[in-house]
Design a protein around this ligand. Sequence first.
Ligand code: SF4
Length: 236
Amino acid sequence: MSVASRPKREARGAAPEGRAVRGPVRSGHDGEPVALPVEPADVDPRQQPASLDECRRCGLWKNATQGVGGQGRRAPIMLVGEQPGDKEDLAGLPFVGPAGELLDAALEEAGIPRDEVYITNAVKHFKWEPRGKRRMHKTPGQREVLACRYWLDDELQRIGPRVVVALGATALGAVMPGKKVPLTPNLGKALPAAGHTVVATYHPSYALRTPDRESRRLAFEAIVQALKLARRLERD
Ligand code: SF4
């Protein structure tokens, strides 16, 4: 079954409101999460799954609690982040952790209600490594981003945004496939893509993590400006 011919997927990758489809929580004998080895049999890059729960296109499903689909209705603006974090993995919803709080603040500053945009990630399963009892974020590899483009393509087709805001370098690579588009020189720019415009900005977690207060303020302001640009473009 081709991607184009797949049935409409409100319930496939999208996180149904108020319902989290949970996979098995994997934990060690003392209750701390453990990374399970990914065997070749756990991965099939040619698979065309009908739901995130069934997806084995890369190995990230194995150590995640569940796949985290996009949230929102058909909207002219789509925000694309990198991948779910620890809190998102547990909640089954995108951008509900600290980065989500910062994104909410930026949306508010830009005058855009969160329920007027569609929010998703380039990669739908949480990639992490154990550090003590914590699950530390690990940047997804290009192969994983490519494998998960299957779901992003489906969302782009289903939501039909006029403007896609790429939050960070991973998201920018995912929404501009086949092109080398580095983040820094393209920050705050409107980039033409197939059927929509891409606006590139920082990932909210960068605005949380960057060491000094002034850099954090500037990163936050850059995100706000990108959101405002997206709003202007979708209304043009
Ligand atoms: S990260 Fe994406 S491609 Fe990989 S298993 Fe999860 S849903 Fe499938």
